[in-house]
Design a protein around this ligand. Structure first.
Ligand code: ADP
Length: 242
């Protein structure tokens, strides 16, 4: 595992909340152009770890690196500018804006010249996630699953290097889930982005991930190829059950 080749390095991360250990000496890397699936029981530290990677929380120990450069302590907005994007368990969309307007929001800071190309990209992404028919609808009128697709498309407008996704498949229609999975894999292949995906949908995650990490009680129980991770004793005992 050559550290220089990693896109994201999570190195010895620890975090406590008033004496409660949430994350304990967690280390793994995410390669460029790859999907890392993050699994583990409720309360095992997955969301805390995502919050540390994108700067919402500061770790007590350890270091986060992006393409080798230390980002620990940088703010979420700085990390977003460096290419770290995030989607949420309850999709965050601008509910009073139309679908198309939502996709233009990330472009508001850009200069006119860049903005024209980015507009084109926003409209391409609308088609990519299959929401073109809903382009002019107000986002609040979309189903929860469609709002997930919209949030996902908006996240891609600025060409992030890595997208952190928290429970993207929970409660969404199987058809939308299939669309999301296809779009994630196509984004990896076409744009070289990476994804760090937290999900309890283990079979889907096994099928779509290049590597998986399982956290149990805040610590890494296993990290490696999906087929190997789900066979680890610690993963079966601590999460999957027998
Ligand atoms: P997961 O995402 O795997 O369900 P979390 O990262 O949400 O796990 O939580 C890990 C542990 O940290 C849990 O014991 C949880 O109660 C605790 N925890 C998370 N956030 C906070 C917080 N803001 N304050 C206190 N305890 C927290």
């Amino acid at each position: 595992e050559a550290g220089a080749e990693a896109l994201l390095t999570v190195d010895g991360i620890g975090k406590r909340f008033r004496g409660v250990v949430a994350v304990k000496d967690v280390s793994f890397t995410v390669a460029p152009r790859s999907v890392l699936g993050l699994i583990g029981p409720n309360g095992s530290g997955k969301t805390t770890l995502l919050n540390i990677v994108n700067g919402v929380l500061a770790p007590d120990q350890g270091e986060i690196r992006l393409s080798g450069a230390v980002t620990t302590g940088r703010r979420p907005s700085d990390l977003a500018a460096l290419g770290v994007a995030r989607t949420f368990q309850a999709a965050r969309v601008f509910s009073t804006l139309t679908v198309t307007q939502n996709l233009f929001v990330p472009l508001l800071h850009q200069r006119a010249l860049e903005r024209r190309a980015a507009h084109r990209r926003a409209l391409e992404l609308l088609a990519f996630v299959g929401l073109e028919r809903h382009a002019d609808r107000v986002a609040s009128e979309l189903s929860g699953g469609q709002q997930r697709l919209l949030e996902f498309a908006r996240t891609l407008v600025t060409r992030p290097k890595i997208v952190l996704m928290d429970e993207p498949f929970a409660g969404v229609h199987p058809q939308i889930k299939a669309t999301l999975i296809r779009c994630i894999r196509e984004t990896v292949a076409a744009e070289g982005a990476s994804f760090l995906i937290v999900s309890h949908e283990v079979p889907d995650l096994v099928a779509m991930s290049d590597r998986m990490v399982c956290l149990v009680e805040g610590a890494v129980a296993a990290w490696g190829l999906p087929a190997d991770v789900i066979r680890e004793e610690k993963v079966i005992d601590g999460y999957l059950g027998r």
